[in-house]
Design a protein around this ligand. Structure first.
Ligand SMILES: Nc1nc2c(c(=O)[nH]1)N[C@H]1C(S)=C(S)[C@@H](COP(=O)(O)O)O[C@H]1N2
Ligand SMILES: [Mo]
Length: 435
């Protein structure tokens, strides 16, 4: 016999749809009443009944606050919200090689604050004077062209919200033992910004594309001279020379004064500090696409040029280090994304994949952007195995870890997109486990 909502929780529209207290997403979508009313609700969430203490006047109420600042920074109480920096103990022979990760577990919405965008650099962050920077377009073109910032700023621009994900993100998924750490530690080579720039096809068309040109080579002017080959279809499609990040000029760590943006494709192809594009007949096979970023398969062969980052999701709340505070009502939330288009749906399981509840997707749902999902949950305080599974608009479904390893083996270091599993203990502790 079906339970009426109030036998389960005192919330309006609370309909259990999968095992262990997962509720219908309708509760977050209806826009109607949240609480069903009637019963005493105090203590159900974490709010306390109002008390006489509220009458105390805090110091900051007693005198005017500080004056205005030319460039704002977060409250000093938010100091722990920082990038997770990995510096190599011995950086020889490539000083500045390494990464810092976005603390995804501490963020909300879908936009990564620019100061928290992950960094992955092969030779540090160059200090580029924008007045002396040039972009060269040459190779199989009618007329090689050089652009300075001033000339680029005169072209029509587009803005779009896109994630960048390092191909090596979540690489701990291939390991025998499940990695220990925050979502940001495990999956934080992933960030999402609103990028604004000049569509690359304007510049290529102006230079005059030789019909023999089927690829481009894009190169950065940092000490690593990172370069990648890109098929001409992508270069003429949604590729952009990005100049702005979240409304302001692109940050030095992200490629100031300009980077190539290839929405949805491997992070490393989004060449930072972009200074040269050469049109070519075939791929150039640079060091950055032969020694790295190829996928070693179980049969010993390597897959090369696996460009889009596949459909993926992770629950950030709760997650390892973001523990439960006793039984009761929770919002489960996290990120889903796909390099092949929009996220179509996200399902959540609280019983290790036996039953699933469809999560609510927060607008905006943009193509090749992070998408925020949410699901109401009444946790009864028992041990639970919590998972999320994303599906994109091409119909691709995020695989389990076993399915992924079944096809790709464990010699691969890139493109890990298996389902993340959180074990929630009775104590409320959350642990990353292999399911
Ligand atoms: N010129 C240059 N471009 C680069 C890199 C680099 O080291 N040099 N790193 C690449 C890698 S591996 C990734 S994952 C992304 C990271 O972009 P971000 O540092 O803005 O997050 O930039 C790519 N573009
Ligand atoms: Mo990367």
């Amino acid at each position: 016999m079906a339970k009426t909502p109030n036998e389960v929780t005192p919330f309006a529209d609370a309909e259990p749809v999968a095992a262990n207290g997962l509720l219908h997403r309708r509760m977050f979508l209806s826009g109607g009443a949240f609480f069903a009313g009637a019963a005493s609700l105090s203590g159900l969430l974490s709010a306390q009944p109002a008390s006489a203490q509220m009458a105390t006047v805090p110091d900051w109420r007693k005198e005017p606050g500080k004056s205005f600042t030319p460039y704002g920074v977060p409250s000093k109480f938010e100091e722990p919200v920082q990038r997770l920096v990995t510096v190599r103990a011995n950086s020889y022979p490539s000083p500045g090689a390494g990464s810092s990760r976005t603390p995804l577990h501490l963020l909300e919405g879908i936009i990564t604050p620019s100061g928290l965008h992950f960094e992955r650099s092969h030779s540090g962050v160059p200090d580029i004077d924008p007045d002396r920077h040039r972009l060269l377009i040459h190779g199989l073109v009618r007329q090689p062209l050089v652009f300075d910032l001033e000339s680029l700023m005169r072209y029509p621009r587009v803005s779009a919200i896109h994630f960048i994900e390092c191909a090596g993100n979540s690489g701990g998924g291939w390991a025998v033992q499940p990695p220990v750490g925050f979502v940001g530690t495990m999956h934080g080579l992933l960030s999402c910004s609103e990028w604004t720039g000049v569509p690359l096809h304007y510049l290529l068309e102006e230079a005059g594309i030789d019909p023999k040109a089927k690829w481009i080579l894009a190169e950065g002017i940092d000490a690593s001279g990172m370069s990648r080959s890109v098929p001409i279809e992508k270069a003429l499609g949604d590729a952009m020379v990005a100049l702005f990040q979240n409304g302001e000029r692109i940050r030095p760590e992200q490629g100031y004064p300009m980077r190539l943006l290839l929405p949805g494709w491997e992070g490393n192809m989004n060449v930072k500090w972009l200074h040269r594009i050469k049109l070519t007949e075939g791929p150039t096979y640079t060091k950055d696409e032969t020694s790295k970023y190829t996928e070693l398969m179980p049969d010993g062969k390597s897959m090369q040029f696996t460009f889009p980052m596949e459909v993926k999701s992770v629950i950030t709340r709760p997650s390892e280090g973001v523990n439960m505070q006793g039984p009761g009502f929770y919002e489960i939330s996290g990120f889903a994304w796909s390099g092949n288009g929009k996220i179509k749906r996200v399902d959540i399981s609280a019983d290790g994949g036996a039953s699933w509840a469809e999560a609510a997707l927060q607008e905006p749902i943009a193509s090749r952007a992070l998408t925020r999902f949410r699901l109401p949950w009444q946790w009864d305080g028992k041990e639970v195995i919590l998972q999320s599974r994303a599906t994109d608009e091409t119909g691709a479904v995020q695989p389990t870890r076993a399915e992924l390893i079944g096809t790709k083996g464990v010699k691969n270091a890139y493109h890990y997109n298996g389902i993340t599993t959180w074990e929630i203990r009775q104590s409320g502790l959350v642990k990353n486990v292999w399911a």
